[in-house]
Design a protein around this ligand. Structure first.
Ligand code: NAD
Ligand code: GLY
Length: 371
């Protein structure tokens, strides 16, 4: 699966026929009413946010939406991956029903990937579907989760197992909000930025290596390029395979191992991006053991992931049979077929492939990569 991606440009558009939408990227967007002018008219908007993000940005967004909607409501969820569940999802439906929201009501997801995934799923299900807008406030959400229409909640037995494909009407990536993001969360977002290099765009991988210090220092020009290029690559993939029948699975590079780490430790212990960062390292080692890439490629990726401030060694999930526990968790993956785990592997720099691997090799990788 090699990529033939259009060059970097100012406008990023998700092209999905009647479900197409723009991703706007830049400073000072969230609080500007002009950002939302293109949205269809409706009486009510409901902003869904959380206890960390709402105090920072909800008032600005409410004011910007005030000219567009008669009523702008706000519901504030508890903060954290551990709340990405049925019980918390119900709070969104409670707010919609208690306020008599009709099927034209527009939901605004104001937060990171957790708020975005939950709000999207609520929008997909309320009255069998109401419009929604993503206003991502983490780097991870701006470069990945707000784009492409995957929405979900977690189940104790598996990550993102309950959800729907449901596209937003607009994605608003205001780069200014990244200034309040904790450093650990910035690093987590960089994992998803790095991901796009090995799977699709070696020039972008080179660029990330050259600009890693600027990204960590939140240089606005570097962040703008990282968000735009990531969204362009994701748009290119999603435009061809919206519902992950094939190509889109490459976006899960690092996620098979990463999801096992997240659910094995208990949601929230490691951040999603930390699991992905370490998972990419493990997937690179597996690619090496299958003879798809050389040692130099693995070393290059390990070095870059570490520079981003991400873990490169996996946690021990079981003192009895650690590799066995990873394998058990990884079988509960949406890419698994008839109980067979399918990994996103690198088959050459800039090219990903999805395939199974012998358990013995996977065990060797886990033994090498965990401490
Ligand atoms: P998150 O939503 O938990 O946000 C991280 C933390 O940062 C939270 O505490 C949040 O409240 C806080 N925060 C958010 N914006 C802030 C800001 N501007 N300033 C200060 N604090 C801020 O985590 P995330 O990394 O954004 O998203 C991870 C989630 O996204 C996972 O559940 C993952 O499964 C999901 N995901 C979904 C997709 C998809 O395609 N739908 C893709 C990747 C990840
Ligand atoms: N984050 C993986 C995807 O959107 O497909």
């Amino acid at each position: 699966m090699s990529a033939n991606i259009p060059p970097a440009g100012a406008q990023v558009q998700i092209n999905l026929a009647e479900r197409s939408y723009p991703i706007v990227i830049g400073p000072e967007l969230l609080g500007d009413s002009a950002t939302y002018r293109q949205l269809p008219p409706a009486t009510t908007a409901l902003i869904v946010s959380n206890t960390a993000v709402a105090p920072l940005y909800a008032r600005q967004l409410q004011a910007a939406l005030g000219g567009h909607y008669k009523k702008v409501l706000l519901t504030v969820l508890p903060d954290g991956e551990v709340y990405k569940d049925w019980q918390t999802l119900q709070l969104i439906f409670d707010a919609l029903l208690e306020n008599g929201c009709d099927r034209k009501t527009v939901l605004f997801a104001l937060g990171g990937g957790v708020v975005g995934d939950m709000t999207g799923f609520a929008a997909a299900s309320y009255m069998r579907g109401v419009p929604f807008v993503q206003v991502p406030t983490t780097l991870l959400a701006q470069v990945d989760s707000s784009v492409g229409g995957k929405t979900a909640i977690n189940h104790p037995l598996g990550k993102n197992m309950i959800g729907a494909f449901y596209q937003p009407q607009l994605v608003v990536c205001d780069l200014d909000v990244l200034n309040t993001l904790p450093a650990r969360e910035l690093s987590a977002g960089l994992a998803e930025v790095i991901k796009y290099g090995p799977i699709a765009d070696l020039d972008f991988l080179d660029w990330i290596e050259t600009n890693m210090d600027a990204l960590l220092a939140r240089d606005p020009v570097a962040l703008a390029h990282a968000v735009r290029r990531s969204c362009e690559i994701k748009a290119w993939v999603v435009g061809q395979d919206e519902r992950e029948q094939g190509l889109r699975a490459i976006l899960n590079f690092g996620h098979t191992f990463g999801h096992a780490i997240e659910s094995g430790l208990g949601y929230g212990e490691w951040l999603h991006g930390e699991g992905v960062g370490c998972g990419m390292v493990m997937a690179a080692h597996l690619s090496r053991r299958l003879g798809l890439v050389d040692d130099a490629f693995v070393e290059r990726l390990v070095h870059l992931v570490a520079r981003a401030g991400l873990p490169v060694k996996g946690p021990v999930l079981s003192s009895q049979d650690n590799a066995g526990r990873y394998l058990e968790l990884m079988r509960v993956d949406k890419k698994s077929e008839a109980g067979e785990i399918r990994f996103v592997l690198i088959e050459g720099p800039g090219r990903a492939v999805v395939r199974a691997a012998p358990d013995a090799l996977v065990r060797e990788v886990i033994d090498t990569c965990c401490r």
